[in-house]
Design a binder for this molecule. Sequence first.
Ligand SMILES: *[C@@H]1O[C@H](CO)[C@@H](O)[C@H](O)[C@H]1NC(C)=O
Ligand SMILES: *[C@@H]1O[C@H](CO)[C@@H](O)[C@H](O)[C@H]1NC(C)=O
Ligand SMILES: *[C@@H]1O[C@H](CO)[C@@H](O)[C@H](O)[C@H]1NC(C)=O
Length: 242
Amino acid sequence: MRLCSPLLVCLAAGLSSAFVISPLHMWTKIILTHHWPTTFCSMEHCHPNISYWTLHGLWPDKGIDCNSSWHFNSSQIEDLLPDMKKSWPDLLNPTSASFWKYEWHKHGTCAAKAESLNSQHKYFSKALELYHKLDLDSILRKFDIIPSDKYYAFSQIEGVIENFYGVKPKIQCVHPSKNADFQILGQIEICFNPDFTLLNCEKQITMETISKGGWDSPVGVDKASGFSVCDHDMPVYYPPFQ
Ligand SMILES: *[C@@H]1O[C@H](CO)[C@@H](O)[C@H](O)[C@H]1NC(C)=O
Ligand SMILES: *[C@@H]1O[C@H](CO)[C@@H](O)[C@H](O)[C@H]1NC(C)=O
Ligand SMILES: *[C@@H]1O[C@H](CO)[C@@H](O)[C@H](O)[C@H]1NC(C)=O
């Protein structure tokens, strides 16, 4: 017993400090996730006809499905719909609102704990605003990261993003098979503080996001979709739109 107690005290101290940093219910980081339609559709067998990075979601680092009684209602974002269809399309079913509904329930209802995002209109319009401000697609092109048949070094892609925005992104790839000697660029996450200033994505990984993984979990391996953090030493294929 006596041998155990220092360890237990240590563990307890570690746990409590992890939870005291901020109020439990409030997120401290929000992640704007972009995906590359060609990569997404090569896995999901869709035909997007889109050759620019589109929005996947705006994900707070704490909480999943925070309020199941707060139903998605597209008439509250009617003015945003033309931009939503262009910038945040449902690649699987372009005429459906089900992707937005899914993202609202899973992430939006949690983001809404902040006053800045406490309505559907605020949540979706902020995501669109950040997406246009970042203008990731143009930045990559401007610095010669262009979809093509040649491979990129991972550091080249990461370097362009890091140099331009001044923060570390999280970049996810698809690994076509265990033995493949290349990986396919799939998803790029840019992170923000609660005041929507840029933040390094690696900071502040909380216990909750690790334990509550899901299909578009902010952390680690994205099981169902096959995305995982890119390997730093493996060539990256950035597939052109066919
Ligand atoms: C793809 O988009 C282009 C331009 O928006 C359009 O002209 C073309 O018909 C589309 N192709 C298909 C297969 O939908
Ligand atoms: C959940 O959403 C409903 C509908 O907007 C709202 O009335 C209720 O206060 C919310 N509950 C919590 C715990 O935020
Ligand atoms: C959806 O929002 C509109 C506009 O705010 C409102 O009039 C309508 O009652 C809402 N629909 C539902 C099912 O809540």
